[in-house]
Design a binder for this molecule. Structure first.
Ligand code: GAP
Length: 447
């Protein structure tokens, strides 16, 4: 076990401090579906915005897209999901548990957790049967087989079917990419580990269309760029590694694949947070066949037509949010204090609250001055005002949600217009002019 297991503590912190709640909790909860609370939605949005900026806004060779969740059912025949997006499932007739037949070694018998399903005398496992992970629903008033539609299990197919729409409307030339962020749904047999594997989740996917023959070069470039993105997000280098898919692991569409893995600690350890895949021309060729519409690119310079190959980068927004939380969580002693502190050492750029403003006391004009600072900063940064409890307690509350700066208005402040700014990590305190706060914070947060 390389890193400590902080998952139970995080689940409790996330609920207590408004990051993540069990979905439909008052009804007993919905299995492996989670709701993001006020701080969680900010954290996840900051991560998605960072991805969008890196992938779309800062490049002129990638366009954004927001395709619909419900797609023509033929899409999923073409993509291979109707026939092949299956896991082998076994039931236990005794305990009614359901397990993935190919992952029994990772599961525990509910009646005897020291054993895996099938190993306890009372276990009565059925034969394995193939279980399709797509959620089915019906479009229109009639629930008949002709009206079946699926909730998309990946966002990628919305990009493939729009390849020519985007290329032609935006006059893009190969190589170029299309990126989108959106919900995906999988009826996972064994979801779990908080927001790590859920049935409803968000993906951030980018398909980069390249000329066949140049694909492996682009594949290597995207591998390196995506690893750097995770490092820039603040994930520790020692917690990140690549895992190359062996021939047996490769998905039906992939010519080559690497996962970016993150060490979640405890027994979960290193797990995939992003996949970088060379999908070849599998998807465009399949959609050509199933739709009878050409999905070729015409290279005017060289006067040739071809179906581009695709390099895909596919990352889960929820999984990266969990990685950022696990990576940031720490408990530490505080000099001169009996109680330690819990800190979310998030990269300030993704912290849900950038600064908290406290009046030291509730008198002498301090609350008024603190509230004015809140109003001045609010347009530029998400900020919080807190006047309850001792200053130490207020610091601890902000440390626990990852707020990088705490600004205190004290007795001196109302006289000379200066305040103290405390740094979450170093605990150093700077005294600065209140009029300089916006520039000071901008320098620290963007620098
Ligand atoms: N289009 C390719 C694709 O969907 P994938 O490896 O199945 O590839 C990509 O999924 C990413 O989506 C994963 O690396 C993970 O971050 C996220 N993901 C997949 N299934 C998930 C689930 N059940 N819950 C949360 N995130 C999931």
């Amino acid at each position: 076990m390389s890193q400590p297991d902080v998952m139970d503590k995080l689940v409790s912190l996330c609920k207590r401090r408004g990051f993540i709640f069990q979905s439909s909790e008052i009804y007993g909860g919905t299995g492996s579906v989670w709701d993001y609370g006020p701080l969680g939605v900010e954290l996840k949005k900051n991560i998605k915005d960072r991805w969008w900026n890196a992938m779309v806004r800062s490049r002129d060779d990638i366009e954004g897209l927001d395709a619909a969740i419900l797609m023509h059912p033929r899409t999923w025949e073409a993509s291979g999901h109707v026939a092949g997006f299956v896991d082998p499932l076994v039931d236990c007739k005794t305990c009614k548990g359901r397990f993935r037949a190919d992952k029994l070694e990772d599961a525990r018998c509910p009646q005897k957790p020291s054993k895996q399903p099938g190993q306890h005398d009372a276990c009565a496992l059925t034969e394995a049967r193939q279980f399709n992970l797509m959620f089915k629903t019906h479009m229109g008033a009639l629930e008949e087989s002709a009206s079946v539609v699926y909730l998309r299990p990946e966002t990628a197919q919305g990009i493939f079917v729009n390849f020519l729409n985007v290329q032609q409307s935006m006059r893009q030339k190969v190589p170029f990419g299309i990126a989108q962020i959106g919900k995906a749904f999988r009826n996972e047999i064994t979801p779990g580990n908080f927001i790590f594997r859920t049935r409803e989740f968000e993906q951030m996917e980018m398909q980069f269309f390249v000329e066949p023959g140049t694909d492996m070069e682009w594949f290597e470039q995207w591998k390196a760029l995506r690893m750097q993105w995770h490092l820039d997000l603040g994930l520790s280098r020692e917690r990140l590694e690549f895992h190359q898919h062996s021939a047996g692991e490769l998905a039906h569409y992939a010519r080559a694949a690497f996962d970016v893995q993150f060490d979640f600690g405890g027994t979960l350890g290193f797990q995939e947070i992003e996949g970088v895949h060379n999908r070849g021309d599998f998807d465009l060729t399949q959609h050509q066949q199933f739709s009878s519409k050409k999905l070729e690119y015409f290279d005017q310079v060289n006067n040739k037509r071809y179906v581009p190959y695709v390099i895909e980068t596919s990352v889960g927004a929820d999984r990266v949010t969990l990685a950022a939380l696990v990576n940031a969580y720490r408990e530490e002693a505080v000099e001169g204090e009996a109680e330690g502190r819990v800190v979310l050492g998030l990269n300030p750029a993704i912290a849900p609250i950038k600064a908290a403003i406290f009046p030291l006391t509730k008198k002498d004009g301090q609350p008024e001055m603190a509230r004015k600072i809140v109003e001045d900063l609010r347009g530029a940064f998400p900020v919080d005002y807190d006047e309850t409890g001792s200053i130490g307690k207020r610091y601890r509350r902000q440390d626990e949600v990852g707020t990088p700066f705490c600004i205190t208005v004290d007795g001196q402040s109302t006289g000379d217009n200066t305040v103290t700014v405390r740094d979450r990590d170093s605990l150093a305190q700077d005294r600065i002019d209140a009029g300089q706060l916006k520039a000071y914070l901008a320098g620290k947060l963007l620098g």
